[in-house]
Design a protein around this ligand. Structure first.
Ligand code: DGY
Length: 324
């Protein structure tokens, strides 16, 4: 008998059909997030559950379950970030958890670089002006932005996506400084021509652009708070393609409203998709709907990565991307 698999949202057609060939799949065709109760029920109905970033698999799902009542043996996340899954609770119930690293690093770094360019060169504002028929023609003082080349990019979190962002920044002739929880191998730093700062404060005070590439979750909640924003240079920019909770959004909104910093480029938010409405009235913020991994190639590759994990697991092997 094929293992039963629940897919929590629609996937690209090619990977949905690949999955259906190998497993007994059920797809949530409504493409709306399942509730905690639906996930709890699913844990006693399916051998595998494939959630994604919009699914909170936390206490509300796990409370009251025991290893005896749970049928699910693997939660194979469609995505690299996993702060929406309580890995410890899953582990305690004997459930393996996997993610999809590597395949989205380049695309997410592209979005980070795009946000840097868009916010510095006022691309969102320009497009809004033009579409609203507000453009009166070229003039020397029209919508002047900030040059990116030669500026310093501060990368917070030097994992795969941080390193891809560093590569792109070097292509734009930027200097790269890095903050990371652990010390980075000097050989690796040299490869990217990057310098590790001794603290986040030091990075905040020296960077013209700060780009966040650290994990979300409790450990990094409000890592960028009012105190860190206060250290940032007056014309500097904050870019977030990591997780919304890494920034204290109230503090950022206040800094953008008072023009304490130059601007922000955000692809992720606390409480997505219900973003804080104050962001929408800020001309110095570029806002994207969590597009980091959103290319055909990457979303298919993420699906293939999940399938690789399921095949290894149900074939009695070690899934390559086990995180818990
Ligand atoms: C991830 O993978 O964590 C992204 O945020 C969604 O692709």
């Amino acid at each position: 008998m094929k293992p039963t698999v629940l897919i929590s949202r629609r996937w690209p057609a090619a990977v949905e059909s690949l999955l259906a060939k190998q497993f007994d799949t059920t797809v949530n065709t409504s493409d709306k997030p399942l509730t905690a109760v639906q996930f709890r029920d699913a844990l006693s109905e399916y051998d595998a559950i494939l959630p994604t970033v919009t699914d909170s698999i936390d206490n509300r799902v796990f409370d009251g379950l025991t290893a005896e009542t749970v049928r699910t043996r693997i939660i194979a996340n469609y995505g690299v970030g996993f702060s929406h899954i309580d890995i410890q609770r899953a582990k305690a119930l004997g459930i393996c958890v996997t993610n999809t690293p590597d395949v989205l690093s380049e695309c997410t770094a592209d979005i980070a670089m795009m946000l840097i360019l868009m916010v510095a060169r006022r691309a969102g504002e320009g497009e809004r002006e033009l579409r609203a028929n507000g453009w009166t023609g070229w003039r020397p003082t029209h919508m002047m932005g900030t040059r990116v080349s030669g500026k310093t990019l501060g990368i917070v979190g030097f994992g795969r996506i941080g390193r891809e962002t560093a590569k792109r920044a070097r292509g734009f002739n930027m200097n790269v400084v890095v903050h990371n929880r652990s010390a980075i191998d000097p050989v690796l730093l040299n490869t990217f021509n990057a310098v590790q700062c001794s603290s986040l404060d030091e990075l905040a005070a020296s960077a013209d652009f700060i780009s966040l590439h650290c994990p979300g979750g409790a450990e990094n909640k409000h890592l960028i708070d009012a105190r860190i924003i206060e250290q940032m240079k007056p014309d500097s920019y904050l870019i977030n393609t990591a997780r919304g909770e890494v920034i204290d959004e109230e503090a950022l909104i206040e800094a953008l409203q008072s023009k304490r910093i130059g601007g922000a480029g955000l692809d992720v938010f606390d409480n997505e998709p219900a973003i804080n409405p104050a962001f929408k009235s800020l001309e110095n913020a570029v806002l994207l709907p969590h597009l980091g991994s959103a290319t055909n190639e990457t979303r298919n590759a993420m699906g293939e990565r999940v399938i690789g994990n399921l095949n290894a697991f149900f074939g009695q092997g070690e899934p390559p991307d086990r995180i818990g």
